[in-house]
Design a protein around this ligand. Structure first.
Ligand code: ATP
Length: 348
């Protein structure tokens, strides 16, 4: 069992707080992703769990044992980072084997364990090569194999795909997902890439300035973002967020009027996703000149100014309109998300 519990976990440097009273339970075998913009405290949280950074306050429990103060090597975790730090003079086989030697695993077990890890990341044909003779993706797979070979209870991965090109990132991402499923290891994965988070995670934790904003499954976070920060961070494109006034169930703002919205009268932020709205010939809730049109291949994205923002709508792939030409957009009340204007928190 490798449940991880963070209790009031805090990191301060002088008067600056990098991570603020984080409370989180990561279930045994769960794949948890820490997501957020640069500087939000993801890496610091991970480094405290790993034992590379001392917590200023709070507790870290792994498998029911408080590990604050324990050396990284005594925490039964394996780490994979964006810089893979392979030993340049050792070949792939020796690189993968290295953790077993350090941990004094009986030599008789080495070969089988190295080969099994190498097979899992499809490296068996490269075992004789040195890191300098490998591509970036292959090197990252060596780093993965080196983590796997230890058979730890916990994997910590910090942006392991960020040095790979777009295509390799997708295939290595699939491999990580498959491995975590097969190995049944509790995994904490740090990224600032929301697509990576949504595709890999059992649950996503979204952080901003050291504070957790929302914890939930990818679907929960996509369908019910807790605030405008989460709404604007998740999804591609991110949720459209318009500011305006709600009066008697009618939302109105620049170029927009939507009836049937439940919420208290006053200043609000109204959100909707590009794919939930549609371009209509007449009777739209948003009426505005076309700002841009982008062809994506499978769809055409149309952007207009409404509610103080640039709002994007997904149209049919063969839809065409000139920049500046008026466009009407239907935004059904049922697909709208409502947030308070002052704090940006979800209403209802
Ligand atoms: P990135 O995606 O850029 O790696 P992150 O979310 O992982 O960002 P952290 O590295 O955890 O962010 O940093 C959180 C905050 O703590 C940042 O504002 C950073 O500048 C600050 N910080 C990190 N290490 C130190 C340090 N040793 N001393 C002071 N401040 C630090």
């Amino acid at each position: 069992m490798a449940e991880i519990v963070l209790r009031n976990l805090t990191k301060r440097w002088g008067s600056f707080t990098g991570v603020e009273r984080t409370n989180l339970t990561i279930a045994d075998q769960e794949f948890l992703v820490l997501l957020g913009p640069s500087g939000c405290g993801k890496t610091t949280t991970m480094r405290m769990i790993a034992g590379l950074e001392e917590a200023s306050e709070g507790d870290i429990l792994i498998g029911g044992r408080r590990v604050n103060g324990l050396d990284p090597k005594d925490r039964d975790i394996a780490m994979v980072f964006q810089s893979y730090a392979l030993y340049p003079n050792m070949n792939v086989y020796e690189n993968i084997r290295f953790p077993l030697k350090v941990r004094r695993v009986p030599a008789a077990e080495h070969h089988e364990r190295v080969m099994r890890a190498a097979r899992m990341v499809e490296l068996t044909e490269f075992l004789e090569r040195r890191p300098g003779e490998l591509s970036g993706g292959q090197r990252q797979r060596v780093a993965l194999a080196r983590a796997i070979v230890r058979q730890p209870n916990v994997f910590l991965m910090d942006e392991p795909l960020s040095n790979l090109d777009a295509k390799l990132r997708v295939s290595t991402r699939a491999q990580i997902k498959n491995l975590s499923h097969e190995l049944k290891v509790t995994t904490i994965y740090v990224t600032h890439d929301q697509v990576e988070a949504m595709t890999l995670a059992d649950r996503v934790v979204i952080m901003k300035r050291g504070v957790i904003q929302q914890v939930g499954s990818p679907v929960e976070i996509y369908d019910r973002p807790a605030n405008t920060f989460v709404a604007g961070f998740i999804g591609n494109p991110a949720m459209n967020l318009m500011t305006g006034e709600l009066r008697g169930g009618v939302f109105s703002g620049e170029n927009v009027r939507i009836a049937g919205i439940n919420g208290p009268d006053g200043a609000v932020v109204l959100g909707f996703r590009a794919e939930d709205a549609s371009v209509v010939p007449a009777g739209g809730d948003i009426v505005a000149p076309t700002y841009t049109m982008e062809l994506l291949g499978d769809a055409t994205m149309v952007a207009v100014r409404a509610g103080g923002a640039l709002v994007t709508v997904k149209a049919q792939k063969d839809y065409r309109i000139e920049i500046g030409a008026p466009v009407e957009i239907s935004v059904p009340a049922g697909i709208c998300h409502l947030f308070d204007a002052a704090e940006g928190n979800r209403i209802e």
